[in-house]
Design a protein around this ligand. Structure first.
Ligand code: DGY
Length: 327
């Protein structure tokens, strides 16, 4: 559990400054061995004797890991925590923390980046130009879709969804949103956002941007019936979790031209990308970087480190996902 009285914390992957210094003040930091695979049994072995694990979204933290004797806290360096079995953590009285808030703007910016890139064929145009295919202006070259004044459907109107709606105002977009939890009327008015059911959002939107966590309820929320109901010019943007969208159904729908394109930052089986998406020129692909700005990633690191340091010192970390473990 500790050497020389200092509690040990396992850090699965390096984090950014000032995270390491915050952790080092509170605990003896053990780095996860670089050559060890990220399976549960290996993580469990590495966590032996540790009171805390600083994990990231690719680390499977399920009951095998959570059963480590003396483990008190798992601090995930992400706002999403679908890589952690929260019920098992709660049953074993292990606190789980995340990093909400600090990545909202970077993620909303990137959702808009993908939307614009897919609408205006930026990745395709870049590849075309670099390949030396630009032989002169042409009236019908690389025609894309208008963003200004188009209808944007936001699925999930949490902090990031609201950030996307905020940005859409600058593009004079008509904003629809779907969320079981309605926004207060003043927020709807301020954002110019109208709550509709999922069917209407799907049927009326030119752009659809997904901002829900991955849960049993949201797994494959967007699948064949939704693709069948989309406008043929629709562009789907996903910066949440890959499995909210049925990737095989997306490929089928794109092949059948049920929608015009997609901007994807997340995938169902990361880091694998569905092989049929790779050659599609109307799909913009990014490697899960929506929160990847210097400031945001360093704030996420600091927040995760502070969550862990508080837990190690016996306190109640500020961003506790399972508050029932520590009242
Ligand atoms: C998260 O935090 O959940 C993102 O996917 C990575 O920043």
């Amino acid at each position: 559990m500790s050497t020389g009285g200092r509690p040990r914390v396992l850090v699965m992957h390096p984090i950014l400054d000032p995270g390491p210094a915050i952790l080092a003040e509170a605990a003896e930091v053990m780095a996860y061995p670089a050559d060890r695979p990220l399976d549960e049994a290996s993580i469990r072995r590495a966590a032996e004797g540790c009171v805390g694990i600083v994990s990231q979204l690719m680390d499977p933290i399920r009951d095998t890991v959570l059963s480590t004797p003396g483990l008190r806290c798992v601090s995930n360096v992400a706002v999403g925590f679908d890589n952690i079995d929260i019920a098992a953590a709660t049953a074993r009285k292990v606190m789980v923390t995340n990093t909400p808030g600090v990545l909202d703007d970077a993620t909303a910016d990137f959702a808009f980046t993908l939307l614009m890139a897919a609408a205006r064929r930026v990745a395709e145009a870049d590849a075309f130009t670099r390949a030396g295919h630009f032989h002169g202006w042409a009236i019908d070259m690389m025609l894309g879709q208008d963003v200004f004044g188009a209808t944007l459907g936001i699925i999930g109107i949490g902090r990031i969804g609201r950030g996307v709606a905020h940005r859409a105002k600058g593009f004079n977009m008509r904003v629809l949103y779907y969320d079981p939890q309605p926004l207060p009327r003043e927020a709807e008015e301020q954002l110019g956002a109208t709550r509709v059911d999922l069917n209407r959002l799907i049927a009326e939107s030119d752009f659809i941007s997904v901002h829900v966590p991955l849960t049993q309820e949201t797994l494959h929320l967007i699948t064949t019936p939704q693709f069948n109901a989309m406008k043929r010019n629709a562009i789907l943007v996903n910066t949440s979790r890959g499995a909210v969208v049925d990737e095989a159904a997306l490929v089928e729908a794109l092949n059948a031209k049920k929608l015009a394109g997609a901007g994807l930052d997340v995938y169902e089986r990361e880091p694998a990308v569905h092989p049929h998406l790779i050659p599609m020129p109307n799909v913009v692909l990014a490697p899960h970087i929506a929160s990847a700005t210097v400031r945001t990633r360093s704030e996420m690191s600091a927040m995760a480190a502070r969550n862990m340091a508080t837990a190690v010192r016996g306190g109640r970390p500020p961003n506790l996902v399972n508050p029932e473990v520590k009242r």
